[in-house]
Design a protein around this ligand. Structure first.
Ligand code: ADP
Length: 299
């Protein structure tokens, strides 16, 4: 039996891509797509040529997070052209192919695998430094196929995103074992939503024992402004999730994989993701940008 023609086509197509990074998570909703989006913005801001491939086929949120909602992909004689945010940041997602953003993609494994294969074979990325691949959560059929194809072309490794609590970490262990089993290097784990960080000036204050809106906010802020204005820029931090068992860092030590850092829950990062903007070097993202910068430096 000769070499698989799909694999040959993929290897040929991705020969112009220097580095391939796979972003994984054990669970949905932990911030994997947000991280993939911000990582892509960051690499592009560092003057690299970047491609972002969204293969989270059932929940494609990448077009929105890159500010590309409603855009179409075009075909040329070289293949499918990505949609560009900047000349050095191209994006491909099934989200661009759905006529209505509310449409659900209800496909069985083989059809999803078929599309992933087609994305890998037919997207014309051109000469790029990084291809960031946003994978679906878990370790399903799609993961096995993407890993097989990417391995044939040489993959740098996987970045795994988790939240600090045990329910997410249990699944991350499975994800790490999956990578070990299939031979994908784990570049490291990112602990996302690691505590809520906000400057005091952005907090709202509620009287003890009271739920919902209250005039205590105005009173408390005015009090601080008058008595100690320097406190307004102090960052308040609260641990939202229980990380008493040591969180992702401890798990990384136990499993012998690198820990890349903690990204706090930052309302400004959430807003940037909703509006399709980069947070990486945005002054407003004072709570999360330094964390993202330190993580990107380690990659
Ligand atoms: P996943 O890809 O793992 O399903 P998403 O990236 O879609 O998760 O994130 C889920 C939601 O949480 C999104 O609305 C996103 O903007 C928000 N989010 C993710 N990370 C953070 C963070 N560090 N701070 C604030 N909001 C975040």
């Amino acid at each position: 039996k000769g070499p698989d023609p799909d694999v040959v086509a993929i290897v040929e197509r991705l020969a112009t891509v220097k580095h391939k990074l796979l972003v994984l998570s054990g669970k949905g909703g932990v911030g994997k797509s947000t991280f993939s989006a911000q990582l892509s913005f960051a690499l592009a801001e560092m003057d690299h040529q970047v491609g972002l491939l969204d293969i989270d086929i059932c929940g494609p949120s990448i077009p929105k997070m890159l500010g590309l909602e409603g855009q179409d992909i075009h075909q040329s004689n070289l293949g499918w052209s990505p949609v560009y945010v900047e000349s050095n940041l191209g994006v491909m997602s099934i989200g661009f192919m759905l006529p209505n953003p509310d449409d659900a993609v209800i496909w069985r494994g083989p059809r999803k695998n078929g599309l992933i294969k087609q994305f890998l074979k037919d997207v014309d990325w051109g000469e790029i430094d990084y291809l960031v691949v946003d994978a679906p959560p878990g370790t399903s059929d799609e993961h096995i196929s993407i890993v097989q194809y990417l391995q044939a072309t040489g993959i740098d490794g996987a970045i795994i995103v988790t939240t600090p609590q045990q329910v997410s970490l249990i699944d991350v262990r499975k994800e790490i074992n999956f990578c070990k089993k299939v031979g994908v290097p784990v570049l490291g784990v990112v602990e996302n939503m690691s505590g809520l960080r906000q400057p005091l000036s952005d907090l709202s204050f509620v009287k003890p024992g009271e739920a919902g809106e209250t005039d205590a906010t105005e009173w408390a802020l005015n009090y601080i402004k008058e008595k100690a204005p320097e406190l307004l820029s102090v960052m308040a931090c609260s641990e939202v999730f229980d990380s008493s068992k040591g969180g992702a860092e401890k798990m990384c030590r136990e499993m012998g994989v690198p820990f890349l850092g903690k990204v706090p829950m930052d309302p400004q990062l959430c807003k940037a993701a909703e509006e399709g903007r980069s947070c990486f070097s945005d002054q407003k993202c004072g709570a999360s940008a330094p964390a993202l910068q330190s993580i990107v430096k380690k990659l």
